[in-house]
Design a binder for this molecule. Structure first.
Ligand code: CNA
Ligand code: ZN
Length: 254
């Protein structure tokens, strides 16, 4: 793997040489902002069962169970601020060095950090949507309803079920976003993969697609992934530190 400083140097060199850089992020980029990731023990996800989209549509009990979990997650996300890793990606974009930012996250922290071209593959927790007519609300409005004790809010237009504007398990992926993401993956010559266990499909196919199309890959992830063998440089160190140093290093040589 090489020493840390060798890998940083190598990553900065790849970044400098690349013409089209795409970043692909997962829950791990937000842990340093205080939001638990999916697989680490003790997080929200550890304490609640996953309610699938079909279950959500089928029963009142499932919807209540779902919203209970979301209420806790909102609490965690409410005070979260972008960390060094989010800021570094926003800076790369401003330097003209990042074409696309594809995220599996639903926390909105990339946008808070100043990134403007964000492809949200799994939707956003910042809004709620009626599953029947598509009406959207800022999440705060629905949160206020939940706080009154109503854990199965209904649409005021069509009486449909209201759900956060995220993609649930066994719900189909947003077509437009997936297409854009594949386009970015196949066009880039360098892909930065940050904070994803790459266990959720089809999102995990994005780095595979970039590799197939000839791009080099840099992985910044605390734990192993099934696709580590595709990466030219691998960091197990924290995303904030690594991305921070990469971008600082790049600034000095361009
Ligand atoms: P995951 O499966 O939890 O993987 C996260 C990965 O990040 C793990 O392999 C960790 O080792 C690694 N990691 C954690 N912290 C750091 C760090 N500071 N630096 C480097 N690596 C770190 O998460 P995925 O994104 O792969 O799973 C996909 C799901 C989880 C997506 O659908 C997300 O929408 C969903 N999710 C999103 C959020 C969020 O928006 N912040 C939080 C939790 C889950
Ligand atoms: Zn409606």
């Amino acid at each position: 793997m090489g020493t840390y400083s060798q890998r940083i140097e190598q990553a900065i060199k790849l970044l400098k040489e690349a013409k089209h850089v795409t970043a692909f992020t997962g829950a791990g980029i937000s842990t340093e902002s205080g939001i638990s990731d999916f697989r680490s023990p003790g997080g929200v996800w550890d304490r609640y069962r996953i309610v699938t989209f079909q279950e959500f549509l089928a029963s009142h009990e499932a919807r209540v169970e779902y919203w209970e979990m979301k209420k806790e997650l909102f609490r965690e996300m409410k005070d979260a601020r972008p960390n060094k890793a989010h800021t570094a990606l926003a800076e790369l974009e401003k330097m003209g060095k990042l074409d696309c930012l594809i995220t599996q996250n639903i926390d909105g922290l990339h946008q808070d950090a100043g990134s403007s071209n964000v492809i949200e593959l799994h939707g956003t927790n910042r809004k709620a949507v009626c599953v029947k007519c598509g009406k959207l609300w800022p999440i705060e409005e629905i949160q206020a309803i939940l706080e009154t004790g109503n854990l199965d809010p209904l649409c005021d237009v069509c009486n449909g079920f209201v759900k956060p504007a995220t993609i649930s398990f066994v719900q189909s992926m947003p077509e437009k976003e997936m297409l854009k993401a594949y386009e970015c993956a196949s066009r880039c010559d360098l892909l930065l993969m940050i904070g994803s266990s790459l266990q959720v499909e089809p999102a995990a196919s994005i780095p595979r697609e970039a590799h197939r199309a000839g791009a080099k890959l840099i992985f910044i992830n605390r734990s192993e992934t099934p696709y580590d063998f595709l990466a030219s440089v691998i960091f197990r160190e924290d995303a904030g530190q690594v991305l921070g140093e990469m971008v600082e290093g790049l600034k000095k040589i361009i």
